[in-house]
Design a binder for this molecule. Structure first.
Ligand SMILES: Cc1cc2nc3c(=O)[nH]c(=O)nc-3n(C[C@H](O)[C@H](O)[C@H](O)COP(=O)(O)O)c2cc1C
Length: 344
């Protein structure tokens, strides 16, 4: 169904609650049935809302709780609970697309006169680089518990408070990851399925005090149900979900870029959590394919501006079906990055 551009001018007719008949009366030359029909279509598109309807209720909640720019709201709400396709369907679609629209190069080489850089020394001098190099998404978890210490490391690396800074405007928490304006918008909830020393259930991690609080002893949905049907997640033992409290950032930054700032921070926090897991010989699998509404209900989240954004499923790595091809082998084979190589 298409919304005619000229129909949009009707949106200016009723900036506040207005009787439909009053709008019809304002247009004596138009056929009243056609006007009712237009208003009906605008309601169907969600562009015009009726008083006391569910949409009106949602609108008043939105106005009361959403503090970021309206452009950010479009991006945000369009992505809520969006459907995700299976890995198989995605693979088929990529193979078909490559036939008519080859993938762009996935990296840009320096072709002329490259200045070769010294390789990272991983022989004991730089353990952090070694941990970074070993991080891998392994979607095949072993049925073995994660320990409370391992989980604590992960949460601490991502969200632990390491101190405070006093500015002219306020006192702000500092963490191991950078945060725009030190507004630190993220909280973590976790679903412990099999953690040694912790009853199964849903918990909130409080960065202040570095503690867990039980939110819900029942976590009946499986991890895959909370992660758009991704069955590999059911082989994991803990699911950590990063929830952005958008109004913390919006309090200081009100432009659309603030939403980007929050997304960028999810990446920083997620990476630190994953590195802490790697350091403990665990696999940590990131995913943004979330059943947002189910997670909100599970965590008891009420504000529209508190948003599950990113999840990390943690477990012990089993045999990973994804073979890692060494860089030298890739170069020797003369493959093109992103393209589907000819199989032998
Ligand atoms: C923001 C983000 C979202 C991701 N979402 C998914 C996902 O929904 N499902 C999944 O299996 N992997 C997901 N991944 C993991 C990537 O597929 C994975 O990082 C990539 O294949 C490279 O493998 P590596 O993590 O071992 O380097 C996501 C990664 C990122 C950074």
């Amino acid at each position: 169904m298409l919304c005619n551009a000229s129909d949009l001018s009707w949106l200016t007719e009723a900036p506040d609650w207005t009787e439909e008949d009053e709008i019809v009366d304002r247009h004596p030359v138009d056929d009243p049935r056609a006007v009712h029909e237009k208003l009906h279509r605008l309601r169907e598109f969600g562009l015009l809302i009726a008083e006391n309807s569910e949409a009106a209720n949602m609108d008043s909640i939105y106005c009361a709780s959403w503090k970021l720019d309206r452009a950010a709201a479009f991006q945000h709400f369009l992505a809520m609970d969006s459907p995700f396709i299976s890995t198989e369907a995605s693979t088929r679609s990529q193979i078909e697309q490559a036939k008519i629209d080859p993938s762009p190069d996935l990296f840009w080489p320096n072709n002329s006169g490259p200045i070769h850089l010294p390789c990272a020394d991983l022989s004991g001098g730089a353990p952090i680089l070694d941990v970074m190099k070993r991080r891998r998404t392994n979607r095949c978890g072993l049925p073995r518990p994660v320990t409370l210490n391992q989980l604590a490391d992960c949460l601490w690396a991502g969200l632990g408070i390491t101190g405070f800074v006093r500015t002219e405007a306020s006192v702000l928490p500092l963490k191991m990851t950078p945060s725009g304006g030190a507004r630190n918008p993220f909280e973590a909830f976790l679903i412990a399925r099999n953690v040694e020393g912790l009853d199964p259930g849903v918990y909130h991690y409080a960065a202040i005090g570095h503690s867990l609080g039980l939110v819900n002893a029942d976590y009946s949905p499986s991890f895959s149900e909370l992660l758009a049907g991704q069955e590999w997640a059911d082989t994991m033992q803990v699911l950590v979900v990063l929830v952005a409290s958008l109004n913390r950032t919006a309090w200081k930054y009100k432009d659309a870029n603030a939403y980007r700032v929050v997304l960028i921070e999810a990446g920083h926090i997620g990476q630190n959590m994953m590195l802490a897991c790697t350091n403990n010989e665990l696999t940590a699998c990131p995913t943004a394919a979330l059943a947002h509404s189910r997670l909100r209900t599970l965590f008891g989240i009420e504000s529209l501006a508190d948003v599950p954004m990113y999840a990390i499923a943690i477990g012990h790595p089993g045999v990973d079906p994804d073979e890692v091809i060494p860089v030298e082998d890739f170069l020797n084979k003369g493959w093109k990055p992103g393209a589907m190589p000819e199989l032998p």
